[in-house]
Design a protein around this ligand. Structure first.
Ligand SMILES: Nc1nc2c(c(=O)[nH]1)N[C@H]1C(S)=C(S)[C@@H](COP(=O)(O)O)O[C@H]1N2
Ligand SMILES: [Mo]
Length: 240
């Protein structure tokens, strides 16, 4: 309760601060001398939005799950390139490199992840481009992996780097949510290259762009890692 009150107080303070910013900058939006003022205000708004989403996020609240009959076939591909340019990762040579606030940084092999308890979920996947699909992903809970490698669970962020240069990051409470998995399989078979082989993040409480595919490195950090689309203005928390 106390926490909620503090958060609300902060919220009100931030709302007032934002209100002041809009008033001050309201007429400068089209001023060629200040071309980035609107950008700055929107960025400030988006960061404020991140804080609100983080305050409202409850790591015990589950994303909805669906029956097998609801699965969308065929699945839908999306990336910042076309499907024939998806990276081809050799699953034998692949390692998950570990960086930052992690006690045991020995890179992980695929077999080690396969050897951990597997979770399966039929969940909805929402892309901001305006489509949604339902799919079945299985893999290891990210929380189990983070514990196994002695990660600092009090750190703020978990970051991901992908074989195609894509990168993403999520807040620690979302990383520890039980439906947040490092997925190895889709519809009971290993992920294919375009859909994130050999592992991808599957996080049904967040929008599509947070679901990093073909991950090659994971980090735990207190420094804001941002993300590929976030650098181009997408909201970072990305709750769905
Ligand atoms: N490595 C990587 N991961 C990525 C992307 C990407 O371009 N590269 N695109 C993101 C976006 S915007 C979406 S909507 C989903 C699409 O996942 P899908 O191809 O399984 O539908 O992947 C996300 N993860
Ligand atoms: Mo997306």
């Amino acid at each position: 309760m106390k926490k909620l009150i503090i958060n609300r107080r902060n919220l009100i303070r931030r709302t007032l601060a934002f209100g002041a910013a809009t008033t001050l900058t309201g007429c400068d939006f089209d001023d060629p001398a200040h071309p980035d003022v609107a950008d700055q205000v929107l960025t400030a708004m988006s960061h404020w939005n991140d804080d609100v989403q983080a305050a409202l996020f409850n790591r015990h609240t589950l994303a909805p799950t669906y029956p097998a009959s609801a699965i969308t076939r065929p699945p839908r591909f999306n990336a910042f390139y076309s499907i024939d340019h998806a990276p081809q990762v050799d699953p034998v040579a692949w390692r998950l490199h570990l960086t930052g606030r992690i006690g045991d940084k020995q890179p992980l092999k695929l077999g080690q992840l396969r050897g951990m308890p597997q979770e399966s979920q039929i969940t909805r996947f929402i892309c901001v481009e305006g489509w949604r699909v339902i799919g079945q992903w299985s893999g290891v809970r990210l929380s189990n992996v983070l514990r196994a490698i002695n990660a600092d669970l009090n750190a703020r962020y978990v970051s991901f780097h992908c074989a195609d240069g894509y990168f993403e990051s999520i807040d620690m409470p979302s990383a520890l949510q039980p439906q947040t998995i490092l997925a190895l399989d889709f519809l009971g078979a290993p992920l294919t290259a375009p859909f994130g082989a050999p592992i991808r993040l599957r996080i049904p409480t967040k929008l599509g762009y947070k679901n990093a595919k073909s991950i090659v490195a994971m980090g735990v950090t207190n420094q804001f890692p941002s993300g590929y689309w976030e650098k181009q203005g997408y909201n970072w928390f990305g709750g769905s």
